[in-house]
Design a protein around this ligand. Structure first.
Ligand code: NAD
Length: 451
């Protein structure tokens, strides 16, 4: 406890001395972060393999490579992002200039989950560093090897008064929040997000909450079935379905269901190997609790593909479930595992209204060729972000904000949005002293305007 108090207070002092604000400082820290990742790639792969059995190619694409892209993007645009923004002033403000300055908050606290433990610890940190804040990361205790590596690397490459890591669980998280950090960036479940917000309210600390939810993939009758199946299989089973924006379930038009399911089975076999045979290069389930929860879903409906598992190494096969209703246990919460329920519809509107009556999802994917219907879906349906004819890919575009809505969270990041998230927009009016407009003063006249 004392240690956490000291750590936050050291960072506060470091920040108050203005050490973190210059362009040169921020640039150097971003470069150091990239060097840290580059020089330790093999250690990172090993930790991710240990915690999650992550295949190397997936780990590069979804964790390390993603971070290189975000760092390079920030380095390219940082100088411009930092510039005060000049905005216009109304006629009533004649003679003045209006500016928005991007002010760092101070000590930024980043709380990360276990599913992409490297990406989700450092991607927000890139924004916090670029915006000129000090940074404390709390990785997830459930990805213990990665958490310990993150701590080891950050301590080796950074001054702890500027950038540090605390390891621990919810209690540790609360202790840091109680020390009155200046910004909280949380990624995790909606359940814990509520606790974070409650703890943050004590000091009115601003928060970004990146949560999850049940993200639908809708496949319409005119969709390119082959591509829809390929992209949904990839989006669902990457990281064994433990992805916040994974398609949680599929809603498919009954006319094309048979063809679509057949195509999905083909892609599952081609990407992950034969049915009922353990693929040693497939991400494992994070722990026994989650594993048991997922196994219990296998009794819902009927199994169309897969369904085998091995508790010894927390492996579960990519699985498709059929004959699922909204009353089934698998439809009551975010699945977060390699199980894909398939529901059908006859009229798209019915499917859209059903989804609209649920919690707002983090992502929504629509597969169909008619551009008027595509437009109707993206305008009518509330969701954090999503894609037409694809899954997951929207989150890798640094020009798009990434974040939730409703119970999937609020606030956003990636690219410039990360910089903005970690910056206070400070409004400043520079007034002229050459003249003074009289009308705002009691009894003021035009003739009073010259000082
Ligand atoms: P979680 O909410 O259990 O834990 C997230 C973090 O909060 C961890 O660091 C954990 O130690 C901490 N924590 C746990 N209990 C706490 C408490 N009582 N008080 C304070 N802190 C506490 O989430 P998880 O299981 O690690 O991750 C899975 C969830 O995260 C899923 O719901 C998923 O959709 C969501 N997620 C969202 C995104 C996104 O970008 N929106 C990304 C990844 C995961």
């Amino acid at each position: 406890m004392e240690q956490i108090e000291k750590l936050v207070s050291n960072q506060r002092t470091y920040f108050r001395h203005g050490n973190t604000t210059s362009y040169e400082f921020r640039k150097k820290q971003l470069e150091t972060l990239k060097r840290m990742l580059k020089e330790n790639e093999s250690k990172i792969y090993r930790a991710l393999k240990y915690d999650l059995n992550k295949p190397r190619q997936e780990a590069y694409m979804t964790e390390i490579g993603f971070l290189y892209m975000e760092i390079d993007f920030a380095l390219k645009h940082l100088r411009q992002w930092m510039m005060p923004e000049k905005v216009s002033s109304p006629i009533t403000h004649k003679g003045s200039t209006s500016l928005i300055l991007k002010e760092p908050y101070g000590v930024a606290f980043i709380i990360a989950p276990w599913n992409y433990p490297i990406q989700l610890s450092f991607a927000p940190a890139i924004g916090a560093v670029a915006a000129g804040n000090c940074v404390i990361i709390k990785p997830s205790e459930l990805a213990a090897a990665t958490s310990s590596l993150i701590k080891e690397l950050v301590s080796e490459y950074f001054d702890p008064s500027y950038f540090t890591v605390v390891e621990g669980d919810g209690e540790t998280t609360k202790q840091v929040i109680d020390e009155r950090v200046d910004y909280i960036f949380f990624t995790g479940s909606t359940r814990v997000a509520k606790k974070i917000m409650e703890a943050a309210s004590k000091h009115l600390t601003p928060v970004t909450l990146e949560c999850g939810g049940k993200s639908p993939a809708i496949v319409d009758s005119d969709a390119n079935i082959n591509l829809a199946a390929k992209r949904i299989v990839w989006g669902k089973f990457t990281n064994a379905g433990q992805t916040c924006v994974a398609p949680d379930y599929v809603y498919v038009h009954d006319k094309v269901k048979f063809k679509f399911v057949k195509a999905m089975k083909r892609y599952i076999r081609s990407f992950y190997g034969k049915e009922n045979i353990r693929n040693t290069n497939f991400t494992k389930i994070i722990n026994e609790n989650h594993f048991d929860r997922l196994v219990s879903y296998l009794s819902c409906g009927t199994i169309l593909h897969g369904g085998t598992f091995r508790k010894e190494d927390l492996w579960m096969e990519p699985t498709i479930l059929d004959r699922i209703t909204w009353e089934d246990a698998v439809m009551q919460e975010e699945i977060f595992g390699p199980i894909l329920p398939v529901l059908t519809f006859t009229h798209l509107d019915d499917a859209l209204y059903t989804i609209r009556n649920k919690e707002k999802p983090l992502a929504l994917y629509y597969f169909g060729e008619n551009s008027a219907i595509q437009q109707q879906v993206i305008e009518f349906m509330p969701f954090g972000g999503g894609a037409i004819n694809d899954t997951l890919y929207h989150l890798a575009n640094p020009h798009l904000p990434f974040g939730g809505v409703g119970s999937s969270g609020f606030g956003n990041y990636h690219g410039k949005y990360s910089f903005d998230t970690f910056s206070h927009q400070k409004s400043v009016l520079k007034q002229t002293t050459k003249f003074d407009m009289p009308f705002r003063y009691p009894g003021g006249k035009i003739s009073d305007s010259i000082v």
